[in-house]
Design a protein around this ligand. Structure first.
Ligand SMILES: Nc1ncnc2c1ncn2[C@@H]1O[C@H](COP(=O)(O)OP(=O)(O)OP(=O)(O)O)[C@@H](O)[C@H]1O
Ligand SMILES: [Mg+2]
Length: 238
């Protein structure tokens, strides 16, 4: 397994948000983490990433314990994070925003044909290429989402944690962001995707975990989530 989360608990003060979540991701997989608002999906990603310190439990990445490490160390180990709020630097150019992604991640071997470079990112995101020298703040919401994904790829992650990439985007951009995630996964990057848009999530996911009051990190069958309206009503729909 590339990532194995075991019995992970996270508190915010007295509030016990993650109550023993278990999940795993194999190399090459795209796994969706679904659930209603406030169930702890973002907290799961932040706990893996070291942005929130878990109170107990284990996070193994490539067999090594990373629970409790700083997010800088987690990024260096090979995990990228695309936060919900995107965190683009509006005054910096698109290119400079991308270059910042190198710093956080793994130093790539420049001879490695699979290493992510600006050229390779521009190939996947032609819109960013057109705007390479414009300030990040000039980009549309969808383009900023692309930039946020592209920036994290510059750190050459083996695993990308992506939080609600289609949030607030127009339908055309939702589709573009979806396609980019598919391409990136096909290029060999494993993905843990938190997504409210079920159509998007279910068109991408190889496997699904649900987070609800009754079922913290239960694995669900993709076909079942696609087809079983009762299950969707119980765990996912508002
Ligand atoms: N920094 C924080 N301090 C205290 N409580 C928090 C903090 N961040 C989140 N929470 C609480 O923890 C719970 C889980 O939040 P989280 O953001 O992980 O949920 P989520 O599943 O990502 O929800 P959404 O679908 O709305 O993004 C919520 O009840 C939230 O109010
Ligand atoms: Mg969230």
């Amino acid at each position: 397994m590339l990532l194995e989360v075991k019995e992970l608990n996270t508190h915010y003060g007295p509030s016990h948000v993650l109550q023993g979540i278990n999940l795993s991701i194999a190399e090459g997989e795209l796994v969706a983490l679904l659930g209603r608002n406030g169930m702890g999906k973002s907290t799961t990603l932040k706990s893996i990433m070291g942005m929130v310190k878990p109170t107990s439990g284990s996070v193994l990445f490539e067999g090594k314990e990373i629970a409790g490490l700083s997010s800088y160390k987690v990024a260096q180990a090979g995990i990228g994070y695309v936060p919900e709020e995107r965190r683009i630097f509006p005054e910096l150019s698109v290119l400079d925003n991308l270059m910042l992604g190198i710093k956080g991640g793994k130093i790539s071997n420049t001879n490695d044909p699979n290493a992510w470079t600006v050229e390779r990112i521009f190939h996947h995101f032609p819109k960013l290429k057109e705007r390479a020298h414009q300030p990040g703040g000039f980009l549309s919401g969808g383009e900023q989402q692309m930039l946020s994904v592209g920036r994290s790829l510059m750190g050459n992650p083996k695993l990308l944690l992506v939080d609600e990439p289609s949030e607030g985007l127009a339908p055309v951009m939702v589709q573009e962001v979806r396609n980019v995630l598919e391409q990136i996964n096909k290029a060999g990057v494993s993905v843990l995707l938190v997504e409210h848009n079920l159509k998007v999530a279910m068109s991408l996911a190889h496997r699904v975990y649900l987070m609800s009051k009754a079922c913290i990190g239960c694995e669900a069958d993709v076909e079942e989530v696609r087809n079983n309206h009762d299950l969707r009503a119980r765990y996912l729909e508002v």
